[in-house]
Design a protein around this ligand. Sequence first.
Ligand code: AMP
Length: 541
Amino acid sequence: MLEGLVQDFQLTLPYILRRAEQLYGHREIVTRRPDKSFHRHTYADFVSRTKKLAVALGNLGLESGDRVGTLGWNTYQHLEAYFGVPSSGLVLHTLNPRLHEDDLDYIANHAEDKVMLVDESLVPVFEKIRGRTGVEHAVVVTEGGDVPDGMVSYEDLIGDADEADFEYPDFDEKQAAAMCYTSGTTGRPKGALYSHRSMVLHSMMAAMGNTFALSEADCVLPVVPMFHVNAWGLPFASVLVGAKLMMPGPNLDPASVLEDLEQEEVTLTAGVPTVFLAVLQALDAEPERYDLSKLRAMVIGGSAAPKGVIRDYKERHGIEIVHAWGMTEMSPIGTVANLTTEMKKLPKEEQLEYDAKQGYPVPFVEIRARGDEGFVPWDGETMGELEVRGPWVASSYYEAPEGDDKFTDDGWFKTGDVVTIDRFGFIQITDRSKDLIKSGGEWISSVELENALMAHPAVSQACVIAIPHEKWDERPLAAIVLMEGESVTGDELHVHLEEDFASFWLPDAYEFVEAIPMTATGKFQKLKLREQFEGYTSPKS
Ligand code: AMP
């Protein structure tokens, strides 16, 4: 082999930080505080504070690769952690505060988080698990609020550090930089561990024209939380190109989102369907109120973007929806529904069909779908389980060999999503082979609910399926077969579940049935049960 004569430059996140320092000091980062007031500063401030954080973390005596957990909303301090943690050789581990405490406890212990950066509003969540974790340094992120016992204030932590002590490190690009746990699999949550290289490449891909076309001139509002797969990589990609950032904090109500979009002249925003459905309803109620003329793209992903929503945004408000699909195990972006020139020649109705599919793979993500008889043709009809590979796709889970069966012998990742692939390479998700329900962008395990329900003395069998819900997309319905001679009400079962599950997990409906359809091998035939409940919408809609 004749080797090319190019430099062996390592793709690491500190170079993105240095670029921001050298070129984009003038750009703004805006955060909406819980009281709705605005915090504003520049990239220059951001870089300076991030360096201090890296120095302060370096002074804690941790070892390279140790995990630093975060419990936080989309804020400027969280952005500092996004860069400061990996730039000090540590691994950023974002935790989802909406999870049940048992899951959070499990995740913090499995990752062996040594430091936890906790937004002051989430201290009660942290307090529930704190005693059960190995966290050595608990830091409360506050702008002058109370510092609970046993915690130090974030401002004190970085205030004591000297920015001049920061040296841009030369890491190997394979070094781990961040991790996220997914509940999008059966069994315990599992960790995806990203490298500096995978995150740099993912950022470059996210900024590309056929992905989100990001540039310095953009203002990006990540509605998707920073604890959902790194807000889909948008904070990293935005800093890479020097885009202005509008961080919404915990304020995801439609009025706040609309005010942020208008006032800060946001050009691109991204989130799950639930939030943008509520925003659409608010816009419909007062169509003249907001000037969103600067907004060029609203990225919807995490769950399927409904066709009607895509059409209504476009026709009623002139807003383009970009439908995207991805997974925690994919950093997360896999496919984006940007129509090609060829597709744009199709009749409008047909274009809408494609807008509502999940799109075609971004560069360096390769796809194939495996059916009963091998890989399916790209005919838009034959269904198979989607498999993917690429430079930001997980090669295995972090210390969880029980997840090894998600990876094929030839190195592809099995997504658990059942899809068709059409002649344009567009995928459409038709089903999920994993036994999960996605409600407002958060996972609910039907298997765990079934096990808990079947532990009730009056229940013989319980099968939980997803039913459509206008706001939350999917909600759980529990079909129950009673033990002979026993009786129990839905309300009683609800109380029975309440203690062990986060409240959003609890089924919207309990239906008592004679029998649950079974497969020949004695498994619940959920497809049949779903057919039985077709047209049934959540009574809590
Ligand atoms: P997570 O790892 O929590 O980001 O969840 C990934 C899963 O969410 C995928 O495997 C899909 O089942 C689902 N998902 C993500 N994006 C979409 C989308 N645009 N349409 C339908 N399902 C989606």
